[in-house]
Design a protein around this ligand. Sequence first.
Ligand SMILES: [Mg+2]
Length: 225
Amino acid sequence: MADRSALQTLAPEITDQIERLDLRHDIPLVVVDVDEVLALFVEGFGRFVASHGLEMRLQRFALFQNLYRPGESAPITLEEGRALFDAYFALDRHDLDATPGAAAALSEIARVARIVILTNAPAASRDARERWLDDHGLAYDLVIGAGPKGAPVAAMAERSRAGVAFVDDLLVNLDSVAEAAPSVRRFQMVADVRLRAMAPTAPERHTRIDDWAKLAPAITASIGR
Ligand SMILES: [Mg+2]
């Protein structure tokens, strides 16, 4: 079980969101990422950048390094990439497809566990994120975070004596949770089939399952339900 220090390392706006959650010690908790877990973000962001005249050439497990001006061999700069990312998250509606099977899987898991969606996104995108989740049958509690997810997951996990599981596509977040809240069961899922072989993975540390139909029963088994 994590100690109280997990909460102290978090920004107040994240702590506030976590303290408002209606978590119970006797109900298992499953914390789930959005992009490349519940949503096909790279695919949708690719459509967005195309509308800005750019090409996405998926060669690396990265975002901005795959964006090019037509005919150019060097990707756009990090600053240009960040500006596009911010412009995307400033939209009222996000044109993203849900990961196949995600909504059915979460509704199955929700029969035995509390689900909290933890996404790293600009705080101002909360309404658009919630709208997208509602529109795709994923209307669960949402926490908007920033940075590695170990501290927020530890802060949630310390409010549950039942099993806790965490799902994310990024090793940095999975490793962060392993360090801050080692009792949390960790699952890596990479939703976009084109990214699966490129994604850094560490199956000795985190269970890797890219298919929600198989991931859902593995999660419920891991939390003892
Ligand atoms: Mg993600």
